[in-house]
Design a protein. Structure first.
Length: 200
Protein backbone atom coordinates (compact mmCIF):
# COMPACT_ATOMS: atom_id res chain seq x y z
CA UNK A 1 0.00 0.00 0.00
CA UNK A 2 2.87 2.29 0.89
CA UNK A 3 4.54 1.51 -2.43
CA UNK A 4 1.38 2.28 -4.41
CA UNK A 5 0.91 5.59 -2.59
CA UNK A 6 4.56 6.46 -3.21
CA UNK A 7 4.15 5.70 -6.92
CA UNK A 8 1.06 7.88 -7.12
CA UNK A 9 2.87 10.79 -5.44
CA UNK A 10 5.91 10.35 -7.69
CA UNK A 11 3.78 10.18 -10.84
CA UNK A 12 1.77 13.19 -9.73
CA UNK A 13 4.86 15.24 -8.99
CA UNK A 14 6.33 14.23 -12.31
CA UNK A 15 3.16 15.16 -14.12
CA UNK A 16 2.82 18.27 -12.11
CA UNK A 17 6.43 18.97 -12.55
CA UNK A 18 6.02 18.93 -16.17
CA UNK A 19 4.45 22.24 -15.72
CA UNK A 20 2.33 19.98 -17.44
CA UNK A 21 -0.74 21.62 -17.86
CA UNK A 22 -1.28 23.86 -15.11
CA UNK A 23 -4.41 25.62 -14.66
CA UNK A 24 -5.59 27.00 -11.44
CA UNK A 25 -8.77 27.47 -9.52
CA UNK A 26 -11.10 28.64 -12.16
CA UNK A 27 -13.54 26.82 -14.32
CA UNK A 28 -12.29 28.18 -17.59
CA UNK A 29 -14.28 27.77 -20.77
CA UNK A 30 -13.72 28.42 -24.41
CA UNK A 31 -14.50 32.02 -25.29
CA UNK A 32 -17.71 32.86 -27.03
CA UNK A 33 -17.40 32.85 -30.80
CA UNK A 34 -18.91 35.56 -32.91
CA UNK A 35 -19.74 35.28 -36.59
CA UNK A 36 -16.89 36.69 -38.69
CA UNK A 37 -19.25 38.83 -40.75
CA UNK A 38 -20.48 40.80 -37.73
CA UNK A 39 -18.76 44.18 -37.62
CA UNK A 40 -20.29 45.77 -34.52
CA UNK A 41 -18.50 47.20 -31.52
CA UNK A 42 -19.55 45.81 -28.15
CA UNK A 43 -18.80 47.58 -24.84
CA UNK A 44 -17.70 45.71 -21.71
CA UNK A 45 -17.19 47.17 -18.25
CA UNK A 46 -14.09 46.54 -16.15
CA UNK A 47 -13.60 48.61 -13.01
CA UNK A 48 -16.60 50.67 -14.05
CA UNK A 49 -14.89 51.86 -17.27
CA UNK A 50 -16.22 50.89 -20.69
CA UNK A 51 -13.87 48.77 -22.79
CA UNK A 52 -14.71 48.38 -26.46
CA UNK A 53 -13.79 45.39 -28.56
CA UNK A 54 -14.50 44.61 -32.18
CA UNK A 55 -17.04 41.78 -32.28
CA UNK A 56 -15.62 40.62 -35.61
CA UNK A 57 -12.80 38.95 -33.69
CA UNK A 58 -13.32 35.22 -33.42
CA UNK A 59 -13.02 35.63 -29.66
CA UNK A 60 -13.34 38.85 -27.70
CA UNK A 61 -10.24 38.12 -25.64
CA UNK A 62 -8.32 37.11 -28.73
CA UNK A 63 -6.36 39.28 -31.12
CA UNK A 64 -4.17 41.84 -29.49
CA UNK A 65 -4.74 40.59 -25.95
CA UNK A 66 -1.74 41.23 -23.72
CA UNK A 67 -1.61 37.65 -22.39
CA UNK A 68 -0.86 36.33 -25.88
CA UNK A 69 2.78 35.36 -26.26
CA UNK A 70 5.63 33.25 -24.95
CA UNK A 71 6.29 32.92 -21.20
CA UNK A 72 8.67 31.25 -18.75
CA UNK A 73 6.66 30.15 -15.72
CA UNK A 74 7.24 28.73 -12.24
CA UNK A 75 4.79 26.67 -10.19
CA UNK A 76 5.51 26.63 -6.46
CA UNK A 77 3.59 24.50 -3.96
CA UNK A 78 1.75 26.32 -1.19
CA UNK A 79 -0.76 24.52 1.02
CA UNK A 80 -0.44 21.11 -0.67
CA UNK A 81 -0.82 18.01 1.49
CA UNK A 82 2.47 16.14 1.81
CA UNK A 83 4.50 18.71 -0.15
CA UNK A 84 6.43 21.42 1.72
CA UNK A 85 5.52 25.03 0.94
CA UNK A 86 8.06 26.57 -1.42
CA UNK A 87 8.68 23.34 -3.35
CA UNK A 88 9.23 24.05 -7.06
CA UNK A 89 6.71 21.88 -8.92
CA UNK A 90 7.59 22.90 -12.46
CA UNK A 91 9.32 25.60 -14.49
CA UNK A 92 7.80 25.27 -17.98
CA UNK A 93 7.69 27.31 -21.15
CA UNK A 94 4.12 28.41 -21.89
CA UNK A 95 2.53 29.79 -25.05
CA UNK A 96 -0.81 31.66 -24.88
CA UNK A 97 -2.50 31.95 -28.29
CA UNK A 98 -4.93 34.59 -29.52
CA UNK A 99 -7.59 31.96 -30.31
CA UNK A 100 -8.07 31.20 -26.60
CA UNK A 101 -5.84 28.11 -26.50
CA UNK A 102 -2.57 27.49 -24.65
CA UNK A 103 0.25 24.93 -24.69
CA UNK A 104 2.89 24.09 -22.11
CA UNK A 105 6.29 22.43 -22.37
CA UNK A 106 7.17 21.12 -18.91
CA UNK A 107 10.56 20.45 -17.40
CA UNK A 108 9.46 16.94 -16.46
CA UNK A 109 10.88 13.85 -18.16
CA UNK A 110 9.37 13.67 -21.68
CA UNK A 111 8.45 9.98 -21.30
CA UNK A 112 6.10 10.92 -18.43
CA UNK A 113 4.18 13.39 -20.62
CA UNK A 114 5.81 16.81 -20.71
CA UNK A 115 3.41 18.56 -23.12
CA UNK A 116 -0.13 19.57 -22.26
CA UNK A 117 -2.77 21.93 -23.60
CA UNK A 118 -5.46 24.23 -22.31
CA UNK A 119 -8.05 26.90 -23.01
CA UNK A 120 -8.30 30.35 -21.45
CA UNK A 121 -10.68 33.24 -21.10
CA UNK A 122 -10.46 36.79 -19.85
CA UNK A 123 -12.32 37.52 -16.60
CA UNK A 124 -11.32 41.15 -16.09
CA UNK A 125 -9.21 43.89 -17.65
CA UNK A 126 -5.98 42.06 -16.77
CA UNK A 127 -7.39 38.87 -15.23
CA UNK A 128 -7.50 35.42 -16.84
CA UNK A 129 -8.43 31.86 -16.04
CA UNK A 130 -7.03 28.73 -17.63
CA UNK A 131 -8.34 25.17 -17.82
CA UNK A 132 -5.60 22.77 -18.81
CA UNK A 133 -5.38 18.99 -19.33
CA UNK A 134 -2.49 16.59 -19.69
CA UNK A 135 -1.85 12.85 -19.78
CA UNK A 136 0.47 11.46 -17.13
CA UNK A 137 2.66 8.34 -17.27
CA UNK A 138 5.07 6.79 -14.81
CA UNK A 139 8.73 6.26 -15.69
CA UNK A 140 7.95 2.72 -16.91
CA UNK A 141 5.48 4.04 -19.48
CA UNK A 142 2.31 3.01 -17.63
CA UNK A 143 -0.63 5.40 -17.95
CA UNK A 144 -1.28 7.05 -14.58
CA UNK A 145 -4.31 9.02 -15.79
CA UNK A 146 -5.38 12.51 -16.81
CA UNK A 147 -4.49 15.61 -14.86
CA UNK A 148 -6.40 18.88 -14.78
CA UNK A 149 -4.65 22.13 -14.03
CA UNK A 150 -6.51 25.33 -13.33
CA UNK A 151 -5.04 28.79 -13.01
CA UNK A 152 -6.36 32.20 -12.06
CA UNK A 153 -3.84 34.87 -12.92
CA UNK A 154 -3.42 38.63 -13.15
CA UNK A 155 -1.17 40.27 -15.73
CA UNK A 156 1.15 43.15 -14.84
CA UNK A 157 1.66 45.00 -18.12
CA UNK A 158 4.38 47.27 -16.74
CA UNK A 159 6.71 44.42 -15.82
CA UNK A 160 5.50 41.93 -18.47
CA UNK A 161 4.82 39.32 -15.80
CA UNK A 162 1.80 37.50 -14.46
CA UNK A 163 1.04 35.81 -11.17
CA UNK A 164 -1.79 33.96 -9.49
CA UNK A 165 -2.77 30.58 -8.10
CA UNK A 166 -2.95 27.10 -9.54
CA UNK A 167 -4.54 23.78 -8.65
CA UNK A 168 -3.51 20.46 -10.16
CA UNK A 169 -5.73 17.41 -9.79
CA UNK A 170 -4.23 14.06 -10.83
CA UNK A 171 -6.77 11.32 -11.59
CA UNK A 172 -6.47 7.64 -12.34
CA UNK A 173 -7.82 6.29 -15.69
CA UNK A 174 -11.25 5.77 -14.10
CA UNK A 175 -11.47 9.40 -12.96
CA UNK A 176 -10.71 8.87 -9.26
CA UNK A 177 -8.76 11.72 -7.66
CA UNK A 178 -5.28 10.54 -6.66
CA UNK A 179 -3.55 13.75 -5.64
CA UNK A 180 -4.14 17.50 -5.48
CA UNK A 181 -1.42 20.12 -5.58
CA UNK A 182 -2.06 23.83 -5.05
CA UNK A 183 0.17 26.87 -5.00
CA UNK A 184 1.35 30.01 -6.71
CA UNK A 185 2.27 30.49 -10.36
CA UNK A 186 4.42 33.32 -11.72
CA UNK A 187 5.67 33.96 -15.24
CA UNK A 188 7.83 36.39 -17.17
CA UNK A 189 7.46 37.14 -20.87
CA UNK A 190 10.06 35.78 -23.27
CA UNK A 191 10.99 38.24 -26.04
CA UNK A 192 13.34 38.26 -29.03
CA UNK A 193 15.94 39.82 -26.72
CA UNK A 194 15.65 37.21 -23.94
CA UNK A 195 18.90 35.36 -23.23
CA UNK A 196 19.38 31.78 -22.03
CA UNK A 197 20.47 32.85 -18.55
CA UNK A 198 17.17 34.73 -18.17
CA UNK A 199 15.11 31.54 -18.60
CA UNK A 200 17.21 29.21 -16.45
Amino acid sequence: MRRIYGSVIAATLAFVSLGMCFASQAAAQCGSFVSSHVETVQPQLWDGQPQFTDASFAQQEGEGDHIVGFWKAKFVSEGSSGIPDGTLIDSPFVQWHDDGTEIMNSTRVPATGNYCMGVWRKTGKLDYELNHFGLSFDTSGNFVGPAQIREEITLDEKTDQYSGNFKIDQYNPAGKLLQEIVGQVTAKRVTVDTTVDQVL
